[in-house]
Design a protein around this ligand. Structure first.
Ligand code: NAD
Ligand code: TYD
Length: 353
């Protein structure tokens, strides 16, 4: 008998795969069900080290499909859901907002409704944990202010608007139906297994291949970067110790302008690749700015630090160096993404089971 059954949605993605690994290894008495439809961002090669663990199951299911979600609830009767599945890239939300509305809003509502129906006779020990972003709060000026849990929602991109909407639905299901919930809003993550369309892995890949590094506008936008494993550990702590109905901000207290970040990355890459100092920085290319580009994100994470005892474990330069090492050591992973062959992994592995 497993102590708990937990759905982790989006577990084949960047952050989700780190959360799945942490839970599968740390809690052998939990059954971890990875619910992921495998969009372009889902990659089961992120999980080759845990895919045969006795407490891990993969279910290829679309959270937008309510019938399929209901069937999963009947099949596994989960005690908890850690919901990460989403369309997550701001630039894609500018070219195709509807995919974001479908998955991030409708998909979240489907999960909420299925959970409410499954748990309505006994909500004791149940939890719907919604993983969200600091981008719901909008943009800050460069004046030292920080996002707190009570900052007014003010999303600007279709991505952040869809995540804000999903956060509101999660609270609505708590307030209206008594569904036990927690929400966390985290700053920008970086680390191993991030799809190479996001700034840091894109830059690492381009530097390695001596291709231009595109910097939007003047590179003056500021993000607060957190190592992905620190986000996963925060999720673990919030899932087990977070208070019903609460929101927790998670951040690295680590603000960087994009241009300073890229210069730091270039210096690390020069050393690792044995290039002359300054060689990689010559690849920096300023390009047209992103539409509606938020100027600055920065998180006040004092609540989770004080109330739940979580702290980020790494300094940025150390985390960045570990990330570069991972990408350089995992060329095959990157090549499978660029060739598209990672999308065949599911058929190859699971059709034989
Ligand atoms: P990702 O894009 O790397 O992964 C998303 C995963 O969700 C993929 O495996 C994909 O296949 C799956 N998915 C997408 N649509 C689905 C659907 N309809 N049904 C089932 N599965 C589906 O995303 P990420 O960067 O790992 O982000 C995970 C979560 O964390 C998201 O909710 C995101 O909003 C949030 N978040 C991300 C960051 C960040 O910096 N990446 C920061 C804060 C919060
Ligand atoms: P990104 O990694 O897409 O995360 P988000 O938009 O969720 O913050 O982008 C991080 C920052 O880097 C953001 O200010 C946009 C900028 N950026 C570039 O300058 N060039 C790029 O090619 C990308 C993908 C992002």
């Amino acid at each position: 008998m497993m102590a708990k059954t937990i759905f982790i949605t989006g577990g084949a993605g960047f952050i989700g795969s780190h959360v799945v690994r942490l839970f599968v290894n740390k809690y052998p008495d939990y059954k971890i069900v990875n619910v992921d439809v495998l969009t372009y961002a889902g990659n089961l090669e992120n999980l080759t080290d845990v895919c045969d663990a006795p407490n891990y199951v993969f279910e290829k299911v679309d959270i937008v499909d309510f019938q399929a979600i209901n069937k999963l609830f009947e099949k596994y009767r989960p005690d908890g859901i850690i919901h990460l599945a989403a369309e997550s890239h701001v630039d894609r939300s500018i070219t195709n907002p509807f995919a974001f509305i479908h998955t991030n809003v409708m998909g979240t509502c489907n999960l909420l409704h299925a959970a409410k129906e499954a748990w309505k006779n006994n909500m004791e020990g149940k939890l719907f944990y919604h993983v969200s972003t600091d981008e719901v709060y909008g943009a800050l000026e460069c004046d030292g202010t920080l996002f707190t849990e009570t900052t007014r929602y003010d999303p600007h991109s279709p991505y952040s608007a869809s995540k804000a909407s999903s956060d509101h639905f999660v609270r609505a299901y708590h307030d209206t139906f008594g569904l036990p919930i927690v929400i966390s809003n985290c700053s920008n993550n970086y680390g191993a297994n991030q799809f190479p369309e996001k700034l840091i892995p894109l830059a690492i890949n381009n530097i390695k291949n001596k291709r231009p590094i595109p910097i939007y506008g003047k590179g003056e936008n500021i993000r607060d970067w957190l190592y992905v494993n620190d986000h996963a550990s925060a999720i673990d702590i919030i899932f087990h110790k977070g208070k019903n109905g609460e929101t927790y901000n998670i951040g690295g207290n680590n603000e960087w302008t994009n241009i300073d970040l890229i210069h730091t990355l270039c210096a690390i890459m020069d050393k690792k690749l044995g290039r002359r100092a300054g060689e990689s920085a010559e690849l920096i290319t300023f390009v047209k700015d992103r539409a509606g580009h938020d100027l600055r994100y920065a998180i006040d994470s004092s609540k989770i630090q004080k109330e739940l005892g979580w702290h980020p474990s790494l300094q940025f330069e150390e985390g960045l160096e570990k990330t570069v090492d991972w990408y350089l050591a995992n060329e095959t992973w990157v090549n499978h993404i660029t060739s598209g062959s990672y999308q065949k992994y599911y058929e190859q592995q699971y059709n034989q089971r």
